[in-house]
Design a protein around this ligand. Structure first.
Ligand SMILES: NC(=O)C1=CN([C@@H]2O[C@H](COP(=O)(O)OP(=O)(O)OC[C@H]3O[C@@H](n4cnc5c(N)ncnc54)[C@H](OP(=O)(O)O)[C@@H]3O)[C@@H](O)[C@H]2O)C=CC1
Ligand SMILES: O=C(O)CCC(=O)C(=O)O
Length: 421
């Protein structure tokens, strides 16, 4: 099966089923948690620059609302489909529960390649999509954020659109906004910062020095490029990075600040065309299979599967992306002794600082960046310690330990609230 044929929702359900079985969850709770609570599909028109009208399809899925309003990003990508959004929404539920912030999980997406749109088309698409899903949104109901293909500017348009409908500014309806319209300091870097902290914590457990640690990063967008940059600053050697255009490899370590400066100058932040002495072009699959200490998948789902898991030569995988490793690959990597810090922990830095942004927006009192980074570190390292302790005590993989903790919390909230009548 190729990575495109693996259904992410089936993957998410398999992961849940394994945890539910080990937790011995009652059948009714299993049935509730196995599927999303609410799903909205919208088909909406957008006027294109050439005067034609195109109809786009988008989704907002709310997986579980038992622990609070739902939270999760909005993705713009040609391969978005309802099952991908369902999976991403379910993973958000577990992620928020694992780091113990008062949210359920949601996700949204539009089937579109944002690179093919003009800035005006992107704004019109965003405002129309926001209007279509606005029946679900609100600071007390559902709070979106950025994901693949969206950014702070897109969040600002969504906030502005919802505010236009309400007749007053509603900053807490969305997070990941620019700082000048109520965004939080530290949010842009938060997911990559969390990934960096997870590499640091796992290195401590393994007694590895960060100096010279050989790291490969797949995906050079918000998450991948920030993680690469922060780890480079700590003295790690980033030997390979890739975006959708392919990979870049240098055994002595890539100049990550220069690569970030290069992508900042390109439209859509692409690496395509980057050249430097000693840097080799390699394919995306070669990049994943490079010999290294740490592999950080930070692009899309289903990158490490039953097809390539035998060829992965990292000692540690820290999942910046959601769902980059399938259960078949998990089993193979586990047998080979490769440790995985799972997505619902490793990339939780983003939603943690989104939580801070929401709180700051609701109270209209803003914190400084040091305060935010310290709070982020305390929460994500605290969650790591809990997961690591459980995994060690029960001799199970970190992913399973994370699921046992998270799923139990969500199940408990569901049970405490009760099923009416
Ligand atoms: N943004 C956030 O706060 C959070 C994001 N995540 C997850 O992190 C992952 C990345 O998100 P984010 O960084 O925000 O997204 P971006 O859109 O900022 O970046 C995505 C990156 O992945 C690259 N990419 C896409 N397809 C491939 C491929 N086949 N091989 C290699 N690289 C590829 C893109 O390349 P190109 O530009 O060439 O298309 C781009 O560099 C996703 O799984 C997302 O769900 C998780 C938690 C929070
Ligand atoms: O910041 C958020 O609210 C959610 C980010 C997100 O989509 C994710 O963690 O996958």
């Amino acid at each position: 099966m190729t990575s495109h044929q693996i259904n992410p929702f089936h993957v998410a359900q398999r992961q849940f089923d394994q945890a539910a079985e080990m937790l011995n969850l009652p059948d009714d709770i299993r049935a509730i948690l196995r599927v999303p609570q609410r799903e909205l599909t919208v088909n909406f028109p957008v006027q294109m620059d050439d005067g034609t009208t195109q109809v786009f399809t988008g989704y907002r899925v709310q997986h579980n609302l038992s622990r609070g309003p739902v939270k999760g990003g909005i993705r713009y990508h040609p391969s978005v489909d309802i099952d991908e959004v369902r999976a991403l929404a379910m993973w958000m539920t577990w992620k928020c529960a694992l780091v113990n912030i008062p949210y359920g999980g949601a996700k949204g997406g539009v089937i579109v390649d944002p690179k093919q749109l003009s800035i005006g088309e992107l704004e019109r698409l965003t405002r129309r999509f926001a209007t279509e899903i606005s029946i679900l949104l609100g600071p007390e109901k559902d709070i979106p954020a950025p994901d693949v293909g969206t950014n702070a500017q897109v969040m600002a348009w969504i906030m502005d659109t919802i505010s236009m409908h309400r007749g007053y500014t509603v900053p807490a309806v969305i997070t990941g906004k620019p700082v000048n319209v109520g965004g939080s300091l530290g949010r842009v870097e938060a997911t990559g910062r969390g990934v960096m902290l997870m590499v640091r914590e796992m290195a401590r457990k393994l007694d590895w020095s960060l100096e010279g640690l050989r790291i490969v990063v797949q995906g050079f967008g918000n998450v991948g490029s920030t993680a690469a940059y922060l780890l480079h600053q700590l003295g790690c050697k980033i030997i390979g990075v890739a975006d959708a255009s392919g990979g870049y490899y240098c055994a002595h370590g890539l100049d990550i600040p220069a690569m970030r400066a290069y992508t900042d100058r390109q439209s859509f932040h692409l690496l395509e065309g980057y050249q430097a002495p000693g840097v080799e072009r390699i394919s995306g699959s070669e990049l994943l299979e490079l010999e290294c200490d740490v592999l950080i998948p930070a692009a899309l789902e289903n990158q490490i599967t039953g097809n390539n898991a035998e060829r992965i030569r990292a000692k540690l995988i820290v999942e910046g992306a959601n769902g980059p490793t399938t259960p078949d690959a998990d089993a193979i990597l586990g047998e080979r002794g490769i440790i995985i810090v799972p997505d619902i922990l490793a990339n939780a830095g983003g939603v943690i600082v989104s939580y801070f942004e929401w709180v700051q927006g609701l109270q209209e009192f803003f914190w400084d960046e040091q305060d935010i980074n310290e709070k982020l570190e305390r929460i994500i390292v605290g969650a790591f310690d809990q997961v690591y302790a459980m995994a060690t005590q029960r001799q199970i993989p970190l992913r399973l330990a994370a699921y046992l903790l998270a799923v139990q919390r969500v199940a408990d909230a569901n049970t405490t609230r009760g099923v009416y009548p």
